[in-house]
Design a protein around this ligand. Structure first.
Ligand code: AMP
Length: 511
């Protein structure tokens, strides 16, 4: 896959604490990518008499990459900055050159970019650039955007960016930093989330002491939990296809509606990633205009309608409903409450404990290590489970590794029966728009003809998934104000932006 699957991006303009706020923002977005992290800022170098962009990036978690105070007090100076957390599991990810943000310098000055998503015409673009003799420094799609910007014949940097973005297709939520602007972009399909926030000048620390303009600072982030971290307020989403240009002068005036905004023409409608609601985003974030917590609870309630807690024989203990933490916690509350309301005997328990110091299971290369990571990540609370029917709720089954090990662990702990309930439909198709899934053959759902067979393979007493219709209904019920479309290709194979057959092959050859 491209190196920008599942990333967290952040940008800010209008505060001398730009780097520090970016650091906090990235920390809040750590769940979107744990492999590498980076920050670039924009400042004026008096000695060289020109704007410069200091940068610091490396492999590791935000707190480890930025573990020295002097990075903030001496290096990453300036009133604006962007940052990036990357998740990628691909082979390409081992290369240091792929760590973002990317930074280049051309006749128009400095330019930095952070990208979350995956371009679907990357192959075509790479081929045409190679034919012209362009040298690539990375294997990442995002570099293509920089080449397109640099090659644009337009005069203004902002127009070059617009020019470049009309030539790329697929999924791209971007923040770009120029010497004068912070630019936030969402692809016309709106695959990945991106929101605009406002940080009141009082909270921007030493602004006044430094004689800095008293206007607010403006920030953009993949998820609003990053705004909460720095005390900024959510203003609105960057709209699908919008190029939002935040310049210093307008920023200081404090009126969001005064920013220049352009529209990239889209050919495929809007298709926001429904998997962000199912799994990826944090419940305390607002994405696509609605709180993830609210949507996830509704998803759990819908699952309770479609696949409630199984009835148990008289004399058996009351079933417990336990989430696979943390991603299934919120939906499980919705599920267990709804089951009780429907009259099913059950109650919510925390029967699995998660060790937070293990990366996501997907990070382990090769199956054996992945299995070890599941064991290293979860343990059972035996006293709760012994002799009880246990209903385990998880957000998804991808390869089936997590589920199959959890079943063994729950049985070893004495569960009377183990029932799995999944708050999304079976994952049947890979994602080409920025979510990290394995190839079609590796997906558990493609290895069996029926859900019953999958259940047998996992060793559960029963297995049930939410239907596609149920998922979409729950999302629409919880998020009424957003009437735009969603992408559910991972559950249906209906790709909203066409994927070429050979692109599919190439995507996996990169791994
Ligand atoms: P698996 O063990 O392959 O079936 O993976 C399923 C587990 O991984 C679920 O418990 C999810 O919470 C989590 N998961 C689902 N999708 C992803 C993804 N795209 N990236 C990382 N983890 C995921």
């Amino acid at each position: 896959m491209g190196a920008n699957d599942e990333c967290g991006i952040f940008g800010i303009l209008g505060t001398p604490e730009a780097a520090r706020h970016t650091y906090y923002g990235l920390h809040a977005l750590q769940h979107r990518g744990q492999e590498s992290s980076g920050i670039v800022t924009s400042t004026y170098d008096e000695a060289r008499e020109r704007p410069v962009m200091p940068i610091h990036k490396d492999f590791g978690l935000v707190l480890d990459v930025f573990d020295q105070e002097r990075l903030f007090s001496q290096k990453l100076l300036g009133d604006s900055g962007i940052g990036h957390n990357r998740y990628s599991t691909s082979g390409a990810s081992e290369s240091r050159t792929n760590v973002q943000p990317f930074l280049v310098h051309d006749r128009k000055g400095n330019l930095a970019l952070s990208h979350n998503g995956n371009l679907s015409n990357a192959r075509e673009l790479r081929r045409s650039f190679s034919e012209q003799g362009t040298l690539f420094q990375t294997t990442s799609d995002s570099e293509l955007i920089l080449h397109l910007i640099a090659q644009s014949r337009r005069e203004r940097r902002v127009d070059q960016i617009i020019d470049a973005l009309t030539q790329v297709e697929g999924a791209f939520s971007l923040v770009l930093l120029t010497d004068d602007h912070l630019v936030a972009v969402r692809d016309p399909n709106g695959f990945r989330p991106l929101a605009l926030g406002r940080l009141a000048s009082e909270s921007s620390g030493s602004a006044k002491q430094n004689g800095h303009a008293e206007g607010p600072a403006w920030c953009v982030a993949s998820e609003t939990c990053a705004f909460d971290m720095i005390g900024a307020e959510y203003v609105r989403d960057v709209e699908p296809g919008e190029i939002l240009v935040i310049d210093r002068e307008t920023a200081a005036r404090g009126d969001a509606s005064a920013f220049e905004s352009y529209q990239v023409p889209g050919r495929h409608g809007v298709s926001q990633c429904v998997f962000e609601y199912v799994y990826f985003s944090r419940p305390d974030s607002k994405i696509f205009g609605e709180m993830v917590d609210k949507v996830r609870r509704q998803i759990g309630r819908q699952l309770a309608l479609e696949a409630p807690v199984p009835e148990v024989e008289d004399g058996q203990k009351e079933p417990i409903v336990i989430p696979v933490p943390d991603s299934a916690n919120t939906a499980t509350l919705g599920y267990a409450n709804a089951c009780q309301k429907q009259g099913q005997r059950c109650h919510f328990e925390i029967g699995l404990i998660r060790n937070h110091y293990v990366g996501r299971t997907f990070i382990a290369p090769g199956q054996d290590q992945r299995e070890m990571k599941v064991r290293g990540k979860f343990n059972t609370v035996e006293g709760l489970l012994r002799d009880r029917p246990v209903v385990v709720v998880d957000d998804s089954i991808v390869r089936g590794t997590t589920a199959s090990y959890l079943v063994d662990m729950l049985r070893d702990s004495g569960a009377a029966s183990v029932h799995f309930r999944i708050t999304s439909p079976p994952v049947v198709s890979p994602c080409f728009y920025g979510m990290d899934f394995p190839s079609e053959e590796e997906l558990l759902a493609n290895q069996f003809d029926s859900i019953a067979e999958m259940g047998d393979h996992l060793g559960v007493d029963s297995l049930a998934y939410l239907s596609v219709e149920g998922l979409m209904k729950a999302v629409r019920t919880a998020n009424k104000q957003n009437d735009l479309g969603y992408c559910n290709a991972c559950f249906t194979g209906d790709y909203p932006v066409p994927v070429e057959a050979d692109q599919v092959k190439e995507e996996f050859e990169w791994q």
